[in-house]
Ligand binder design. Sequence first.
Ligand code: GDG
Length: 481
Amino acid sequence: MMSPMRKTADAPGERHRFVVVASRLPVDRNEGPGGEADWRPSPGGLVSALEPVMREAGGVWIGWSGDTGPAPGPFRANGLDLVGMGLSADQFRDYYEGICNATLWPLYHDVIAPPEFHRRWWDAYVTVNRSFAQAAVIQAAPGATIWVHDYQLQLVPQMIREQRGDVRIGFFNHIPFPGYEIFAQLPWRRQVVNGLLGADLLGFQRRADATNFLRACRRAAGLATRGAAVRVGDREVQAEAFPISIDAEALEQIARRESAGKRAAEIRMALGEPDTVLLGIDRLDYTKGIPHRLHAYGELLREGRLGPRVVLVQVASPSRERVGAYRVLRDEVELAVSRINGEHAEVGSPPVHYLHQSYPRDEMAALYLAADVMLVTSLRDGMNLVAKEYVACRYDESGALVLSEFTGAADELNGAFLVNPHDIEGLKDAIARAATISPADARRRMRLMRRRVREHDVARWAASFLGTLARAPDSWPIPVP
Ligand code: GDG
């Protein structure tokens, strides 16, 4: 599968032929009671997607350790070579909470929340991007492949290229790339476009994202584009769609374990053996459309359209809790949950089970198995891996997926009930249809979706991206240092 990458057995301290640069490490530091620290695998879209690729290809992963202590530097954990970057308290505020989470995230998600623009935040973005680029330059062996990830590191490709013409640089954007009218608001739009264009290959989730980027190249940087190619001096940079996926086989294996089936039955029992279990699993983020989902569900309960024996389990894993818009969202969601439960609960049987917690992967698989209907109602979402994970777990081909058309996954999962989450009546109809689907229709739809997710898994995504990167034209050859 990984033909473009030669497997390496790099010893710590050696330079690597494959370098991943991402905002976070795929592990979190865990302090024991005696102050001793170890590293545990951490959840999240990027980590779920890339961990199997890293193990198969070998290489090093450069990312932020997750706190504002000293930079851990190079170390090994969970069989991976890692380089832990540090952020100072000021950088945490201006770079992580500021420009990443309060400027770029809302801007790239169609200004669902208003983005804030502060010059001090931008300065921190430049500084942090430079430190990540420097770490990549140090780790990369001559001729290495460097794969930079996501909106937090858009200047890194060009910063690497300025120092290392010998390497091949890929960049993948996990979140949407907005239409030009929105992107144009960014005071540093030209710098961002030029930073990205340091790569040989730019990957996006959907074709529409790549098209938006190509338009930004023309409008913000005055560059010529032809098809998927941008002309940058004597180089050509490709911008294409590579829809990300999951390790479907590994997740299905977890779901097929006897313990997962037993746990799913326990969950249904604990919920009071309802006829229908609806499930939402999201980071508590305003892009995920959780209030819209609750709104529709509350009305369906009031109208009695789902019958008396229905429950919604909403896992909302804590996320970016110090950023203002996330605090406001948490209050809004918790108020909505309380209202629905206040109106419709009987003693011992609330219609919403709201869990503001993170769970281990086994428990997630059991939740997917326990749910008759999965609700994914994002207002804007690069891909949405949760939708694919649900499908991967349903090995008996039962269950139904309600899926927002504003997710990347909607391009692929044809068996889903597609919804516009802003259209509350349409959303209610889709939930009601999904909850009362016949077993034969459910099987037909689920089979279709399962085939897609199994065939287009994360290994194929990575192989496709890296294969295209390996074939990128070598039009700017510079001698190896
Ligand atoms: C970004 C883009 C794109 C969630 N809670 C727990 C947990 N998770 C895992 C899920 C899933 C991942 O986190 C979430 O991925 P999503 O794709 O749904 O969303 P984002 O976090 O916003 O990811 C997104 C993705 O990057 C990849 O490119 O699809 O559009 O926004 O894997 O299972 N995992 C565990 N416990 C939890 O409580 N173990």
